[in-house]
Design a protein around this ligand. Structure first.
Ligand code: TYD
Ligand code: MG
Length: 433
């Protein structure tokens, strides 16, 4: 038996050989804790006859049926529902609506389900459930407040339930251990739960609370153990909630579903293309582009404001678009188009609070800046799809064909991309049309 100690960051799961105050990977302070690992590598040889291997058989079908919930967007982002023995980590900050979404998933479910909650007592769970559905709609659900690890493993292995929900993994305790709720314990519990799910073909959905200070193990340390990782995000001021697939062994990643939190639970949002804006406008400083997350294609509105500066160094302020990229774009526009932008403060905003993480909106940002600079709206509300290089060339972007197709579907009459507008010099011509 070898006994090794190592240090792990509770916020991002980075591993260190010695303790340090700041995690160099995620930048968090005081999140690194000691983790004891017992590597019990057995030297005893096993008899080969006792070991089991498998072969693919032509007589058996391997396509598994998926368990479907009454929330279609939840099924869709997972590839059409969940598989038997799939283990899903459902992560989010406290109060974001994880338990609400889980209760909604349970309503009208046709599959025997157990909901184990260590966060709320039965009355609180029942009150929430009745806010979201009738008692009959929860006919197939049983609830438990027993978060002892041994009980959870017994429930899963009993095969009495097809789905077991654990709300949350941080509340699981091990009555046989004193050392509860620290990172390596939580990882150990998640790993035992995952083994039990695989052995018994039970699907498990476990909630992972994200704590801002990282004092308790964050869901990051569990990501490699489970099959699927979902993040539930939102803004407390706004009622929008976004469910994101971060990892999925049985489907696509980067898929999203959007909900609005209402008095009657989470409402699915459809027609996502119009989610960030209501309609297309023809005003100076406005340009449109198409942005995608997974298989959702949004219309985005870029707003720019150029105004004569009264500072020694002109201001460049960006909201939703990378600030350094904005500086670069302004430099390209000044040099290649000869625009005196060094005398202007420039503000750029992507409407609706969305953050553009790729370069696909470069052309739209450039068009919006020129439109504001010239005090001229862009004729015919065009859509711009493309990256701008340092030479002023318009470059093809990832998923360009799909974006052009969607732009046409969404009713754009004029669409500019690398083939139509190979160089930003053409922006000046098109801008004055
Ligand atoms: P909850 O699901 O308990 O969050 P989590 O499990 O992520 O900690 O719900 C959080 C908030 O949602 C809570 O402030 C109350 C609100 N809420 C609604 O606005 N409408 C509803 O129908 C429900 C059930 C909750
Ligand atoms: Mg909860």
């Amino acid at each position: 038996m070898k006994n090794n100690n190592r240090y792990i960051c509770t916020s991002c799961a980075a591993i260190y050989p010695a303790w340090q105050g700041k995690c160099t990977q995620c930048g968090a302070w005081n999140t690194i804790i000691l983790e004891e690992i017992n590597e019990g590598i057995s030297q005893t040889q096993k008899c080969i006859e006792d070991l089991q291997t498998f072969k693919i058989q032509s007589t058996r079908t391997y396509a598994e049926s998926r368990i479907k919930f009454s929330l279609n967007s939840f099924n869709n982002i997972l590839g059409g529902g969940i598989l038997h023995s799939q283990v899903i980590l459902f992560a989010g900050e406290p109060g974001i609506g994880k338990s609400t979404l889980l209760a909604q998933l349970c309503s009208n479910i046709q599959t025997k389900t157990l909901y184990i909650s260590g966060e709320e007592n039965f009355d609180q769970i029942a009150q929430r459930a009745l806010r979201l559905g009738t008692p009959d709609s929860f006919e197939n659900i049983e609830f438990s407040n027993d978060t002892d690890l041994a009980s959870i493993l017994t429930y899963i292995e009993s095969k009495k339930y097809e789905i077991v929900i654990i709300d949350s993994i941080q509340t699981v305790t091990n009555n046989n251990s004193f050392n509860n709720r620290i990172t390596n314990q939580i990882r150990e519990y998640a790993s035992l739960i995952t083994d039990a799910a695989k052995n018994s073909h039970t699907s498990v959905l476990m909630v992972g609370q994200i704590t801002k200070d990282g004092s308790i193990a964050g869901p990051k340390v569990l990501e490699h153990i489970v099959d699927t990782v979902l993040y539930f995000e939102g803004n407390y001021k706004d009622d929008t909630r976004i469910l994101r697939v971060k990892k999925n062994r049985f489907g696509k990643t980067s898929e999203i579903a959007v909900f609005r939190m209402s008095n009657n639970g989470l409402q699915e949002v459809n027609n996502l293309e119009w989610f960030f804006i209501d309609n297309l406008k023809c005003e100076e400083g406005l340009a449109y582009s198409i942005y995608n997350e997974g298989s959702v294609y949004f219309i985005i509105e870029v707003q720019a404001l150029c105004i004569k500066t009264s500072f020694t160094y002109p201001k460049r302020i960006s909201n939703g678009y990378d600030a350094k990229r904005l500086e670069m774009l302004i430099a390209i526009l000044s040099k290649k188009l000869g625009l005196p932008l060094e005398n202007c403060d420039i503000y750029v905003n992507i409407v609706g609070g969305i953050k553009i993480t790729d370069t696909s909106a470069d052309l739209a940002v450039a068009a919006a800046i020129i439109s504001s600079f010239q005090n001229k709206p862009l004729a015919d509300k065009p859509c711009f799809i493309g990256e701008i290089s340092l030479t002023g060339e318009v470059r093809k972007i990832h998923k360009q064909t799909e974006k052009i197709k969607k732009a046409k579907e969404y009713g754009f009459k004029k669409i500019y991309y690398d083939k139509v507008m190979p160089n930003i010099k053409l922006l000046l011509e098109h801008n004055t049309l």
